[in-house]
Every structure is written in structure tokens, then in C-alpha cells.
Ligand binder design. Sequence first.
Ligand code: UT7
Length: 317
Amino acid sequence: MEGLQLIATGGAQPSRVVTNDDLSRIVDTSDEWIVTRTGIRQRYFCSDEENAATLAIAAARQALERSGLSPEQIGCCVCATLSGPNATPSVACQVQRALGLPENRPALDVNAACSGFVYATAVARGLLLTLGGKYALVVGCEALSRLMDMTDRSTCVLFGDGAGAAIFRLADTPFAATLGARGSDAILTGGPNRAGSAPIQMDGRAVFRFAVEALPRCLHEVLDQTGKTLEDLDWVVCHQANGRILDHCIKHLNADPAKFYRNMDRHGNTSAASIPVALNEMAENGQLVPGQYLACIGFGGGLTWAGMLLQYKGANQ
Ligand code: UT7
């Protein structure tokens, strides 16, 4: 009983849609440049009333309802974010309170930037194995619009806000995870610091080179750990940073592009939220079918990278 199965998902997106044309009225850019370089057509930004915690609570509530579980059955709550509204209470503690999760269970935030959701899932599995419990609530949530310099065209066109949530069950099932980190502030940095909040800054080309190396490596590692091949997978759900990163990796892997889910055209790069937002869309669209195997791969700031391979079971399986 040491693997995790995905049994339910939830999602929440902010009310405000921001198109590429909207951004071209703020900075010197164009829909054509953004679509060609990134595949992004629009993204969602939080209104004044919304933040990473309000989105996390909505997504987590939906996932819990769909799982058919009671709050008492949730063994831990782990939220991946780098843009929570407060250092404390953590987003996870705000979710615990809003959903009435048991007080004798851990709730904590994990910051591993765009690898955060996979990191948080691995942390949740470790907590279940250490403390007992069968079900984990894991959320990825971001309000990156609060961390962007809206005069910097090289970053403000890339990121968006959103949240996705997942309920996992500890089970006797194929499962693998790989996590890694290489501390560096040379190519991607930003966010709250002692002096206030520094906008996200990025050397886009260096991040691109890092991503196209890390993504296939993580995928191969989880395949090797489980003895599966790419053909055995129904889906590869990668961090939705940029369509060109996926194109490059698919070509390098000689993989079927249809297995690689994409939604960056509608959401932009939502960092830790991107993988669970994608999983939730796939479940809602009926693209995720109980019994399917999927790999989730994250890469980003830190630098961090993370992969996991698991089975989707659905709530009543
Ligand atoms: O979660 C990880 C997050 N990060 C990423 O996924 C980023 C990975 N990197 C990338 O996807 C690409 O590097 C970018 C999409 C960020 C940039 O594409 P690029 O082809 O590497 O462009 P570049 O940075 O080399 O810039 C090319 C030109 C420059 O103009 P000059 O110097 O050639 O005249 C930039 O100033 O494009 C210009 N540029 C823009 N033009 C219009 C940069 N941003 C924009 C913009 N609109 N928004």
C-alpha cells in the first residue's frame, strides 16, 4: 500500500480573462509574437477579492465533494504555491479551516515553484506513510499576477493565476516519483523577500534550455522505476510553461503528441497550479478515464524538477 492513485480533482479560475490583445495595450507586444513563441492566447488574473488561497479553497472543496469522502477521512493537506497571500497562515491552513479538515492532521505549504504540485504530492505520500491515513488533499494554486512587473514584456505575457486540487489514495499500485533541485538565482527569481516583493525576472533562453533537458530526464526516470514504457502511458501531463518546450521534448522523445495534454493557450503558465488545473480539465472533459496511467512532469524556478507516474482511478473505483 505504498503508491498513490488519483481519485478526484477540482479546479478554480479567477474571474478576469486577459487576452494577448489586452496585454498589447500595456506593453510593446502582439498576439502574433506571444502565440508563436509560447502558444499562450489568454490567461486569468485575480480580481482584488481573489487570491491564491480563495482559489485553493474553491478547488479543494470541489475535489473533496467529487471524491465522496468526508473531511475526517483526509489524512493531510499540502498546498503547492509561491504566491500565497500571507506567509502565515499558510494556504493549506486556510483550506483546513474552510473545509473543516481534522485538526489532528498536518496542513502545510510547499514551495518548489513550477515543480510544486509533484513535490507536494510526494510530501503528502510521505506524510500518509509516516503518520497513517489513506487519503491526501493536494492543491496547486497561484496568483502570479501579483508578482509580475507589468512593464516587463519578457515576463508579463507568460504567467497567469489559477488553482487545481487532487485527492489521492494510498494503494497497492504502480507509482514512482523523482524530485531534484539545483539552487540558482541566475535564470529565474522573484517574489516576496525581506525588502518587499520583487517581480519575477527570467532569462527565458536559459530556462528553455534547462526545461528541455529536465523534462525528458524526469519522464525516463519514472518510466524506468516502474518498468513501463512511454507506450504504456495514456497521458503525459507536463507543466504548461510553453508549447515550444513541449514540441521540442516530443520530438526528442519521438513521442505521440496526442499524449501530451496542453492548455497553456487558455491559462498561460500558472506555475504550481498548471498540472492540477490540467488534470481537472481532463477529468471534467472525460479525457481522463479510470484505469489510465499518467506521468506528471514539472520543472522551473529553484531550479527544481519533478516527475511522477500514477494511475487514475476515479472516485468510485
Ligand atoms: O515555468 C518556467 C517558466 N519559463 C519558461 O517557460 C520560459 C522558457 N523560455 C521561453 O519560452 C522563451 O525564451 C521566451 C518565450 C520567454 C522568449 O522567447 P525567445 O525566442 O527566447 O525570445 P528572446 O528572449 O530571445 O527575445 C527575442 C526578441 C527580443 O528582441 P530583440 O532583442 O531581438 O530585438 C526581445 O526583446 O523578442 C523580444 N521580446 C518580445 N517581443 C514582443 C521579448 N518579449 C517580447 C514580447 N513581445 N512579449
